[in-house]
Design a protein around this ligand. Structure first.
Ligand code: SAH
Length: 251
């Protein structure tokens, strides 16, 4: 009598970009494990009945460890429950969904993955920045800025990234932005490459900061950029215009 675990991407915030399938499995859940990234509207829209487990406030230290989260999912599913693991954006894009899938399968637990609208795509879209464009970019690289590029043993190849001609999208990159910019520049990336930082995309207090690569570190510091933010590097940023509407509805 094993239950099932649903690895659900909640989209980038706001109930408008939650998929129909996500809504269905959330409303039928008996246990919901969540953190703060899906945003208030979605968290407030969770049904009252299921057991709800807060896995941690976004950006704070008070979190359940990943192995504790996995242990809870496994235990509830083994008790026959329908368990939803709710993540911001898409669970498989820097959401540790891949690790969770492995653990669940190792325990023989049935799993359904519900893909979500990832912030990596939707947040730039909201401000009119397409990640590809026939004129500007034919490839996209999505990477985590969580790693300090100066650390030895970094998993990212900054030389290759600097040489690449497409769009670079960085998640979790606010803290290391100055060293990221420096690494790209010292590896030969054009200092005039435009960069956009979109903070709290699709939220009421969304803010966009644009500067050329050579200045983006100091500009971010000047305006006090804070996470969560998406950083877009590449010529597609030229399509951003301050005076335009927000292009993605979110409710
Ligand atoms: N799985 C998520 C990403 C989780 S990593 C997804 O697919 O969207 C967390 C990072 O996502 C944040 O540090 C930030 O870089 C980005 N992010 C998520 N939501 C965001 C939003 N509304 N605005 C800006 N950045 C966001």
């Amino acid at each position: 009598m094993t239950g099932k675990v649903y690895l659900v991407g909640a989209g980038p915030g706001g109930t408008g970009l939650l998929t129909v399938r996500a809504r269905e499995v959330i409303d039928a859940a008996e246990v919901i494990l969540y953190d703060q990234l899906p945003g208030e509207e979605i968290l407030e829209s969770l049904p009252a009945a299921p057991e709800k487990i807060d896995c941690g406030k976004y950006g704070s230290d008070h979190t359940l460890e990943q192995d504790e989260i996995e242990a809870v999912m496994v235990a509830r599913a083994q008790a026959g429950k329908r368990v939803v693991r709710l993540k911001g954006g898409d669970s498989f894009v820097f959401g540790r969904g891949g690790e969770e899938l492995e653990v669940l399968l190792a325990h023989g637990i049935p799993v359904e993955v519900v893909p979500g609208v990832t912030s990596a795509v939707a947040v730039p879209a909201a401000v009119g920045i397409p990640l590809t464009h026939r004129k500007y970019a034919s490839q996209v690289t999505i990477l985590t800025g969580h790693e300090d590029p100066k650390k030895t043993g970094t998993a990212l190849d900054w030389e290759l990234l600097a040489k690449g001609r497409g769009t670079i999208v960085i998640l979790m990159g606010v803290k290391n932005l100055p060293t990221i910019a420096e690494s790209l520049l010292t590896n030969g990336k054009n200092p005039d490459t435009p960069v956009a930082i979109i903070e709290r995309g699709l939220r009421k207090d969304q803010r966009v900061t644009v500067a050329p690569l050579r200045d983006i570190g100091s500009r971010a510091k000047e305006v006090g950029v804070t996470p969560p933010a998406i950083i877009v590097i590449g010529d597609v940023v030229r399509l951003f215009h301050e005076d335009r509407q927000s292009f993605v509805a979110n409710d």
